[in-house]
Design a protein around this ligand. Structure first.
Ligand SMILES: Nc1nc2c(c(=O)[nH]1)N[C@H]1C(S)=C(S)[C@@H](COP(=O)(O)O)O[C@H]1N2
Ligand SMILES: [Mo]
Length: 235
């Protein structure tokens, strides 16, 4: 999907332009303020979400690539490397052997849909980071998906929150393939795009490397309920 970044940090693609035509705006020569309003109003069309047949869980299916080849849990490993003391590849059994954390939180996509009180379980990211030992030079964490395209990032302070999970369970069952299993990220305090699906790699870095949507204009700090997550974000 082609996306072009515009002024106010919200990506606008072809569909948005088509949407603007629908609003009776030619899509050209829109003033900065108007443009901002439109970007907000039209945000939902930037991500194409499908309600999967038979899925009554309230989520929409998002993937920036056409189809993702399923990973059998028995063969899947999440590698943790970069600025760490000991690189390690965690199998599902390795993850299960670490302390487990459960959370029930709303899931909020930046485009407006929300699923209330979703049950999540897995390894709190700080516990996984402790297991490998973070180098004093690390400042951020980069996440990669085995879809081969999607990436995300957190500052190290954000990554040390106990409500950030390397999730192996969602909605009371193992994370399904469509929802990004066997392992996905769940960043409870932030918009859904931070919750990377099909987690394959975690890399400690010396600075934040913008993720997929962030390179297309979304805020790197994606706190839910803050118009601007840059100033007083909690750590
Ligand atoms: N790999 C990958 N992870 C992703 C996305 C994606 O397209 N690819 N979309 C993000 C967005 S915008 C949202 S809202 C949630 C949607 O999760 P779901 O598909 O399980 O509903 O996944 C996030 N993680
Ligand atoms: Mo989203």
């Amino acid at each position: 999907m082609e996306q072009k970044g515009v002024k106010d940090g919200t990506p606008v693609g072809r569909r948005v332009v088509l949407g603007m035509l629908g609003f009776g705006v030619a899509g050209v020569a829109v003033g900065a303020t108007l443009q901002k309003g439109f970007n907000r109003a039209l945000a939902p069309v930037n991500q194409i979400g499908e309600v999967l047949p038979g899925a009554a869980d309230g989520f929409r299916y998002y993937s920036v690539v056409g189809s993702v080849r399923p990973r059998p849990p028995a063969r899947h490993k999440v590698t943790v490397g970069g600025l760490v003391r000991r690189e390690q590849a965690f199998s599902m059994a390795d993850l299960a052997a670490l302390p487990q954390t459960r959370l029930t939180r709303d899931f909020q996509c930046v485009t407006g849909w929300r699923v209330p009180e979703v049950m999540w379980a897995g390894v709190a990211l700080p516990d996984l980071l402790d297991a490998v030992g973070v180098s004093p030079r690390a400042r951020a964490v980069r996440f990669t998906s085995f879809d081969g395209v999607y990436t995300e990032s957190l500052t190290l302070d954000q990554a040390r929150r106990r409500d950030v999970l390397v999730a192996t369970q969602m909605l009371g069952a193992p994370v399904t393939h469509d929802h990004g299993g066997p392992v996905r990220l769940f960043v409870a305090p932030m918009y859904g795009y931070k919750s990377l699906k099909w987690l394959g790699g975690i890399e400690l870095t010396d600075k934040v490397i913008s993720g997929y949507w962030e390179r297309r204009g979304y805020d790197v700090d994606a706190w839910v309920g803050r118009s601007n997550g840059r100033d007083d974000a909690p750590t």
